[in-house]
Design a protein around this ligand. Structure first.
Ligand SMILES: Nc1ncnc2c1ncn2[C@@H]1O[C@H](COP(=O)(O)OP(=O)(O)OP(=O)(O)O)[C@@H](O)[C@H]1O
Ligand SMILES: [Mg+2]
Length: 503
């Protein structure tokens, strides 16, 4: 127990049906500290924080703020108590400007436009939060949207800031900026809680770390007195060596061939510039690059969702360019793209797991009057194989934890037995155990003869998992290297366009 606690959870229990999301949790955070919360997907991190932000109420237990009992029945109550939460999925209005988003929901603002802008600017200066207040949200990068969310809660007087996986979708530079902001806020005496799956971030930014496992608090440690191995063990409940296995296979026939592909976006800017590579059966080829180097467009070209100006893409010697997405799926190309907003693409969040399996069947063109049994079977299979924590296959996907949503998405693609499997950001937001499950699944696909294109962010993973790595820079291929001899430094130089290299 910590006597200086600003926020204290006491014996909190929260159940959803038979799932005990939070099981008698005690936890505290003080002013001027950054507390990290670590735990596998579905271990109850978001649920616990959502009780502070007024989205859920505990079944039992209590919360105190500054020593006083706090009853938080709604987000409004929470804001009044000085709590600000940045959610896993942003809650901004796209067709509003930054300023309009900050003011949304404030009914009692008597300051007027000029004074409000002045107050916001002061806030931005104090914490090094920088965005253009007149920019529309649809024009903002993910980093800008997040900064806007932070300004929004700070403007409402947040003393406690909760960030739910804020770095899952940020570039390394944006993460550095966010950490500067958080340190400034710590210095100013705010209490900060950050949820992240990235252990190196826990080590870098937090003062203390609380680990949840299956809804229970299994330990709170001082960050400078622990290490990544100890935290991993505490989190998964058994010792785990963080080494990714590369399966050695003889590459087979070329399954995907991309030749001289050039594409332009709707503003006429070249986004893919003469891209050529081949992907063979029994091979995992990685794609590295800083965000926005053309990875998304490349995926969309392969899926038939992006216009190609010049060049050709073929799967098993059949041309893809000009085909519809449905025809391309029939040719054996499967795509799982984990977008920045995981609910935004590929799954319908209000539908249950079975119906989301059926979506894929619809895409295969089998029509509306279909037998639900195979999809149910498939849903059951995926839940079992991927260890998805859910009360059942008829639970709406929106009720699953972030990481579990993702397992459904990739599981569905793999179950369709593709020849070419394109996965982008497959482990975004996944805990260590789940990430390793995904790597194993991809290795199994490789052993089976599937040609896998793995678009990733983490260079260590790319080097350990893949056979070859394509490095993209500004819509071009900066080089294709043998992963067995690649180093992070070399990849980093290529990603920033300083070195071009082919093997
Ligand atoms: N509204 C809900 N209805 C039913 N079950 C829910 C609901 N919200 C959460 N759950 C369940 O409670 C458990 C904890 O979920 P929670 O979202 O808190 O996990 P998490 O630790 O944040 O995971 P992740 O790292 O994947 O985001 C999960 O089993 C989840 O399926
Ligand atoms: Mg969560």
């Amino acid at each position: 127990m910590n006597d200086q606690a600003y926020v204290r959870f006491h014996n909190i229990v929260k159940k959803f049906g038979t799932v005990v999301a939070n099981d008698s949790i005690d936890l505290d955070v003080q002013r001027g500290e950054i507390l990290a919360i670590l735990g596998e997907n579905g271990s109850g991190k978001s649920t616990l924080m959502n009780m502070l932000s007024g989205i859920y109420m505990p079944d039992s237990g209590s919360i105190t703020i500054d020593g006083k009992p706090a009853v938080i029945r709604s987000p409004k109550d929470s804001i009044k108590l000085g709590i600000g939460m940045i959610h896993q999925h942003f809650k901004l209005i796209d067709r509003f400007t930054g300023y309009q988003n900050i003011m949304t929901g404030i009914t009692s603002n008597t300051l007027g436009y000029k004074k409000s802008v002045k107050k916001i600017t002061e806030l931005m200066d104090k914490y090094e939060l920088h965005i253009d207040l007149d920019k529309y949200v649809y024009d903002m990068s993910v980093g800008e949207k997040q900064t806007l969310e932070i300004i929004k809660v700070m403007f409402r007087g947040a003393e406690v800031l909760i960030l739910d996986e804020p770095t899952a979708v940020l570039t390394p530079e944006e993460i550095t900026k966010l950490f500067v902001i958080l340190r400034n806020m710590r210095k100013a005496g705010h209490a900060i809680i950050i949820i992240t799956h990235k252990l190196n971030e826990v080590m870098e930014i937090s003062d203390r770390v609380t680990v949840l496992r299956k809804g229970k608090n299994v330990g709170t440690l001082n960050t400078n007195q622990t290490n990544i191995l100890e935290l991993t063990e505490l989190m998964v409940g058994r010792p785990m060596e963080p080494i990714i296995r590369r399966v050695e296979c003889e590459p087979g026939d070329v399954y995907l061939s991309v030749e001289d592909v050039t594409a332009y976006n709707h503003e006429g800017i070249k986004v893919l510039d003469n891209i050529s590579f081949e992907l063979s059966s029994h091979e995992i080829v990685g794609v590295a690059g800083v965000a926005g180097s053309g990875q998304r467009e490349l995926c969309e070209v392969i899926a038939g969702l992006y216009p190609v100006k010049k060049g050709s893409v073929s799967c098993m010697n059949q041309e893809i360019v000009g085909k519809t997405p449905g025809e391309i799926i029939k040719m054996g190309v499967s795509m799982s793209f984990i977008p920045e907003d995981r609910l935004g693409m590929g799954l319908v969040s209000s539908m249950d797991i079975t119906d989301n399996m059926l979506l894929k069947t619809y895409r295969d063109g089998k029509g509306l009057f279909i037998n639900r049994n195979p999809a149910r079977e498939m849903a059951r299979n995926i839940v079992k194989k991927m260890d998805i924590v859910t009360p059942g296959i008829s639970t709406p996907v929106s009720k699953l934890s972030g990481g579990n949503i993702q397992k459904v998405l990739l599981g569905r693609e793999i179950e369709s037995n593709p020849k070419v499997l394109v996965t982008a950001y497959a482990v975004r937001g996944l805990d260590i155990g789940a990430s390793y499950t995904i790597y194993d699944m991809l290795n199994k696909q490789k052993e089976k003869g599937v040609a896998v294109l793995y678009i990733g962010e983490d260079l260590d993973t790319l080097i350990q998992l893949c056979d070859r790595i394509i490095v993209m820079f500004s819509g071009k291929i900066a080089g294709i290297v043998d992963a067995r001899n690649a180093t992070k430094e070399q990849l980093g130089l290529m990603m920033t366009g300083k070195v071009m290299m082919y093997v």
